[in-house]
Design a protein around this ligand. Structure first.
Ligand code: NAP
Length: 457
């Protein structure tokens, strides 16, 4: 006997917008796990309709045809909970605003919309006293937003570092394990369905930046927009960079990093013992991390978020970053949480934005760097380069040299070039930029082949 649903059990009407990869799996869970969901929430979750473009399109799961409609607005007006899984900016934005106006709780996985218009939506939801949840928008199945906003609410987060884009992790991992160049690894990712036909948002880091802005906003109780995120993609990462990183014990990952830092109020290079400004740096860039770091072990298209908090210390959240079923799990977590609140009553819980910390640009960040360069193989090269680093206040941790005798050999057969790879101690962006500029001006340098940041040491 099903004891979870009695005659007195409240019914909550659920409207689903979209029945694609994720929406169809959410419909499956709502239709097949109804009693378990009722037991967990204390309410019957009744799927009242599913808005799609084409009601006759084939679906991945069996869903009664009468649930489908093309009239999303009419569906929203019937609902207590609206789940938006259409994707894209419009009509998703208008429909979410309609749901908020109607007083419905909203659950979405639409990272693209939140990146562009999140602040407007959060404010409208706050003003209307309704809950807007979006666990699925960051790192697919991984429960990361609720741990940050609820479980760690009594702690102080100092840093969040995430592999939050499966496509780029797949590409970098393939380059690391096979020695392939970026273009070949991207072609393989496309062939296997890990990369979209237009991979720009992934490989240029825009998708990771959207998620970085969300993670930073929740971790540091301040609203950050997409334009606050310093963003560099992985298109410039070469097989040579990957091989050099590997040889030095590192792996290259595209990381979204959000951290609270204090800088001298007059700027990073004005460390005169005066006042300090505390702010948040949010950045996405290819990063060398030690192979033994927990993020170094994240393979293929998996995602992971590494959180550092004052009392909890280091935490790592790992799992599938995409896929219909995994993402539906995150959506349903938000739905169950919303249903429980609706059963108990009380206003929607909005994200805390009590701190209003300033955004600190990449210039405020001090980190370690990896620099690869192609130099003439002449006596005194290493000492000239070391002297330039010292003059610019950047201290070298390790320097490796590989001589290429076969390349550019002169007539008498002597070697002509040497590959140098340097890892520095922590330095400011400005000091590093000045060092690289000075190195580029040396006649013994053929080219600076890469400059990458190093984290997790
Ligand atoms: P999808 O497979 O493209 O499905 C989109 C659904 O929305 C389809 O059912 C489509 O209807 C419907 N739809 C689109 N435009 C519509 C319109 N103008 N009017 C009515 N219906 C419309 O998308 P998805 O992969 O499920 O992703 C959904 C959302 O979840 C996106 O915001 C995405 O970023 C997010 N997300 C996805 C994943 C993932 O792994 N897929 C992971 C994390 C987050 P038809 O079926 O009739 O065409």
């Amino acid at each position: 006997m099903d004891t979870s649903v009695s005659a007195n059990t409240k019914t909550l009407k659920v409207a689903l917008l979209g029945a694609g990869n994720v929406g169809s799996q959410v419909a499956r869970i709502l239709l097949t796990d109804a009693s378990a969901l009722a037991a967990r929430t204390g309410a019957r979750l009744e799927l009242v309709g599913i808005a799609v473009r084409n009601v006759d399109a084939p679906r991945e799961v069996e869903i009664p045809r009468e649930l489908f409609t093309t009239d999303a607005s009419a569906l929203i007006r019937k609902a207590d909970i609206v789940i938006e899984l259409m994707g894209g900016l419009e009509p998703a934005r208008t429909l979410i605003l309609e749901a908020i106006e109607h007083g419905a709780t909203v659950v979405t996985g639409n990272k693209a919309l939140l990146a562009v218009d999140g602040p407007t939506l959060y404010e409208k939801a706050d003003a209307a006293g309704v809950q807007l949840s979006y666990e699925a928008a960051v790192a697919g199945a991984i429960p990361i937003l609720r741990p940050i906003t609820d479980s760690l609410a009594g702690d102080k987060i100092t840093r969040v570092m995430g592999i939050v884009n499966g496509t780029t992790n797949f590409i970098l991992d393939a380059m690391d394990s096979t020695g392939a160049e970026f273009a070949d690894a991207l072609a393989e990712a496309t062939r296997l369905g890990y990369a979209e036909a237009d991979p720009t948002a992934d490989v240029e880091g825009h998708d990771a930046a959207a998620k970085g802005a969300i993670l930073a906003s929740l971790a540091f109780h301040t609203r950050f927009a997409l334009e606050d995120v310093h963003c560099e993609g992985i298109t410039g990462v070469s097989a040579g960079d990957i091989a050099a990183a590997k040889e030095a014990g590192y792996v290259i990952k595209l990381l979204a990093i959000a951290e609270k830092i204090s800088v001298p109020t007059g700027g990073q290079n004005n460390d005169d013992g005066g006042t300090f400004t505390t702010g948040v740096s949010v950045r996405v860039h290819p990063t060398l991390i030690p192979r033994e770091h927990p993020l170094g072990a994240v393979r293929g298209a998996y995602n992971a978020v590494f959180v550092e908090a004052e009392s909890a210390g280091e935490l790592m959240f790992y799992g599938r970053g995409a896929g219909g079923s995994p993402t539906a799990s995150a959506v349903m977590g938000d739905v169950v949480s919303a249903a429980r609140r609706l059963v108990l009553g009380g206003p929607g819980r909005s994200d805390s934005t009590i701190e209003v910390l300033p955004v600190l640009g990449i210039d405020a960040v001090k980190t370690r760097y990896y620099i690869g360069m192609d130099a003439a193989d002449q006596p005194g090269v290493l000492s000239k380069i070391s002297a330039l680093f010292a003059e610019n206040g950047v201290s070298i941790e390790t320097m490796r040299q590989t001589v290429h005798r076969e390349r550019d050999a002169s007539e008498n057969g002597s070697a002509a070039s040497a590959e140098l790879r340097i890892v520095t101690h922590r330095a400011s962006e400005a000091a590093l930029a000045a060092t690289v500029e000075a190195i580029n001006g040396l006649d013994i340098i053929n080219s600076v082949t890469s400059v990458l940041r190093v984290e997790g040491v």
